[in-house]
Design a protein around this ligand. Structure first.
Ligand code: 15L
Length: 268
């Protein structure tokens, strides 16, 4: 499947920057957007939009003419409630309303493992287990998943909510041996989500083929995502760095690790 125009939001972020050149292979036109002016200029076959998601009119212009959206935009870590409200709640409603207006058929929504961050690391959960957000950020992603469900049930817009673990060059702590997803696997997952024949609203955990797991993706098998990388290649390196396990440390205790803390930006 080739798309005419894909919209990539959050294109200046860590994941967006990596995905941007890769997505070009799947569409005639790649429209990239971000809130920051530092978003690199449009290359060949690209269109560039600097947009604040809380600005409804701007979001509508950004969405018009797009076949599908990979929505990585919004606030991506714990921040003040006001910032999360604007970026992830108001912004998401704007995006879905625009999608409804312009007939976008499917959205790939970057949800997060922080929707379930208060499950413990000795629990293996699946997508039907109730959310246990670990902060306002995780809560906003839980809202996003429910919003996606509503727009499927009521308006027939499909969404794959990807509860992304940790997309980084490599796992850097013990928790990430379970949560890590390589950039190559992220591309595989996002493209599987974009092209699977029928998804309705599906929730999938975004991780590589890791040996240590917190999440069971059985409910998302219809998407056909086959990871090819594994965090285990880095296991010795990681375990050598973190030899002593403190079982009372949230980094070892909870799936959401530091996000479960209180304190500045962790909502005391
Ligand atoms: C997230 O949701 C963040 O966007 C990312 O920066 C990482 O912190 C990731 O979760 C994680 O849990 O590793």
């Amino acid at each position: 499947i080739r798309f005419h125009r894909i919209l990539l939001t959050g294109a200046a972020g860590g994941v967006g920057t990596q995905l941007r050149p890769r997505l070009k292979a799947y569409c005639d036109v790649l429209r990239v957007s971000d809130v920051v002016e530092s978003l690199p200029a449009a290359g060949e076959g690209e269109e560039r939009f600097v947009v604040n998601l809380a600005d409804k009119a701007a979001v509508f212009k950004m969405v018009e003419g797009c076949d599908t959206i990979l929505h990585l935009g919004g606030v991506s870590v714990e921040k003040t409630w006001e910032e999360i409200l604007q970026g992830n709640i108001v912004g998401l409603v704007n995006l879905y309303e625009a999608a409804r207006q312009y007939g976008v058929k499917r959205i790939i929504f970057a949800s997060s493992n922080h929707v379930v961050g208060f499950y413990r690391q000795d629990q293996v959960i699946n997508s039907r287990d109730p959310p246990k957000p670990d902060g306002f950020y995780g809560l906003s992603k839980a809202f996003g998943e429910d919003l996606a469900q509503l727009y499927w049930d009521k308006h027939g817009i499909e969404t794959v909510s990807v509860r992304i673990g940790s997309i980084f060059p490599k796992p850097t702590d013990r928790r990430m041996l379970a949560t890590w997803m390589s950039y190559d696997d992220a591309e595989r997952l996002f493209m599987a989500a974009m092209t699977a024949p029928l998804v309705g609203h599906s929730i999938i955990f975004g991780m590589s083929d890791n040996k240590t797991v917190f999440w069971d993706n059985t409910n998302a098998k219809h998407i056909g995502y086959r990871p090819k990388d594994s965090s285990d290649v880095f296991r010795d390196e990681v375990e050598a760095k973190f030899q002593k396990l403190d079982l009372n440390d949230v980094a070892t205790r909870y799936q959401g690790a530091a996000f479960t803390r209180t304190g500045p930006f962790f909502q005391d």
